[in-house]
Design a protein around this ligand. Sequence first.
Ligand code: CTP
Ligand code: ZN
Length: 160
Amino acid sequence: MEAVNKRELIVSKIKNGTVIDHIPAGRALAVLRILKITEGYRIALVMNVESKKMGKKDIVKIENKEVDEKEANLITLIAPTATINIIRDYEVVEKKKLKVPEVVKGLLKCTNLTCITNNDIEAVSEFRKISEKPLKMKCVYCDTVIDENEILKQILGSKS
Ligand code: CTP
Ligand code: ZN
């Protein structure tokens, strides 16, 4: 149970939806960005709370949305430690196993400025996983490889 002190939850349990727990501290908003969640959903953010395993962590709770496999796997790009809990009628009914995605379309930017994806406004970037530890993804159009730092920089923005 996430708690400030052991007695009290910061935000209440949810009835239906998804709880993304064990997010590295400071990355909760980037997780929402990956899920393209902007408006409409009821969301609870818990940031910088103590965790036995991680020191500090963030938690994201999204009501009435069950994160699917593809969305869950994208989260590993910035939060490989995250756990994804599907909640139905207050119970955790599934803990999703996360895998680094084989293919990522549209989310990442090729660092090669002459790459077609940076020069044709209709082109959609596409990267394939070539290594998981350390994380490396390769542009399918020009073979440029981007590493974990570059991926973090792109998704987290200026903040590392
Ligand atoms: N949770 C929630 N609403 C519910 C049920 C669970 O917000 N109706 C949250 C819990 O507070 C916790 C996460 O979902 O942050 C996972 O719940 P649970 O599996 O019960 O907790 P733990 O056993 O601590 O999880 P873990 O497997 O990550 O150790
Ligand atoms: Zn490229």
